[in-house]
Write a protein that binds this ligand. Structure first.
Ligand code: NI
Length: 201
């Protein structure tokens, strides 16, 4: 698959990113046409240097995303490896009440990062690329990415989860994070680079 054949990224402001996406009919999952769309989604994730991508971000209206960090993630240098996986018609359920904080970015919100709180551990359920049900308990950065991608399927982008205006920053600010005032924009946010998880705001 050549890179010029890939669809463009849909970016914030497009109504397509604000829609609740429709589930994939079960009978479509094993089809070659569906498989081809999954391949394109994965190729886009790599071509655009993401660690996760959801179908509506490439103009595909469906409850599908993929995620994974297979090598070094240039946009999240501190993050550990995450096995690649497709999630079709996924669900998410927090396990326990623990939450954490991280600087999130999104291919559909170019040039920005936001300091976002989410449940630390989740139960992820959905279908894999063959239509087989899977159920995994996720924690760490994988839980974070899963929840971010899941939000896309409900028409939600991470800036709507940023609770303080100073917690939404241009990516370029992180090049000078060492020069930020002490404890700004919060103690943990000051100390956390992209890919870190913090236990306090
Ligand atoms: Ni995103």
């Amino acid at each position: 698959m050549s890179e010029q054949a890939l669809p463009d990224l849909v970016i914030i402001g497009s109504p397509d990113l604000m829609e609740v996406q429709p589930p994939v009919p079960m009978e479509e999952v094993p089809s070659p046409a569906f498989r081809e769309r999954l391949d394109i989604l994965r190729a886009c994730m790599h071509a655009y240097h993401g660690i996760g991508i959801a179908a509506p971000q490439i103009g595909w209206a469906a409850r599908v995303f993929c995620l994974g960090i297979e090598g070094h993630a240039e946009r999240y240098p501190a993050a550990d490896a995450i096995p690649f996986g497709y999630w079709i018609n996924p669900t998410v359920e927090p396990i326990g009440s623990e939450t954490n904080w991280a600087w999130e970015g999104c291919l559909s919100v170019p040039g920005m990062r936001g300091w976002v709180q989410r449940p630390a551990t989740i139960l992820a359920r959905g279908l894999d690329e063959t239509g087989t049900p899977k159920e995994v308990e996720l924690s760490g950065f994988a839980a974070r990415v899963y929840q971010h991608e899941y939000d896309h399927l409900d028409g939600r982008l991470y800036p709507s989860r940023v609770t303080e205006p100073r917690w939404l920053l241009p990516e370029k600010s992180f090049l000078q994070q060492a020069d930020w005032p002490a404890d700004w924009p919060s103690p943990s946010a000051r100390a956390s680079g992209p890919g870190f998880l913090a236990t306090a705001p």
